[in-house]
Write a protein that binds this ligand. Sequence first.
Ligand code: 5RP
Length: 224
Amino acid sequence: MTQDELKQAVAEAALAYIRPHLENDTVLGIGTGSTANRFIDCLADIKGMIGATVASSEASAERLKGHGIPVLDLNAVDRVDFYIDGADESNRALQLIKGGGGALTREKIVAAVADKFICIADESKLVNTLGAFPLPVEVIPMARGHVARELVKLGGDPVYREGFVTDNGNIILDIYNYPIPQALATEEKINGITGVVTNGLFALRPADVLLLGTEEGVRTLYPE
Ligand code: 5RP
């Protein structure tokens, strides 16, 4: 199977996972990226079975609206029942690296509100130790130099993501060569640097379930 076929399989599996729980006031949080896009396209078939969605990026909001799926501002809802999103890496505790697409802050906010976070990914994303994928950090533009120097002190190699501006008007530093054996502590440490909006570690709020696309079918993983 190609990586695209695995992404399609996990998108369909996510729909099957939530379908028995859907009611006409269900609010779905929708992630960002190529795997989340597959899920959005699947959702179009059952859009009449949900109340509304909230999106973690302008791009996902546009795709949802293109299918005629209602999108609300997060402040207009008092809960999010499920959050469905991809990841760049997951360990077996379902702690994630996200933000390859630069939407990490809004993704983290929607995940924080959600009752259940369903991560969908192909098997290439499951790792023993996080950090082979460069860790994205969203930074207030004027703090770029300061934050980069602090990240070097922590042992990483921050690289400015050229020409990229987040939906929040900020920049991204991607940290290379930075293995992360202690994701919780690292998430808190980097978030403590003045000028950092947030980093792409999802350890304080890991996924609740990972639907992993493999050659043998979709595996359902819970935190170990
Ligand atoms: C975007 C993300 C994505 O979930 C992550 O980059 C995975 O993307 P894809 O599904 O395209 O592999 O965090 O900010």
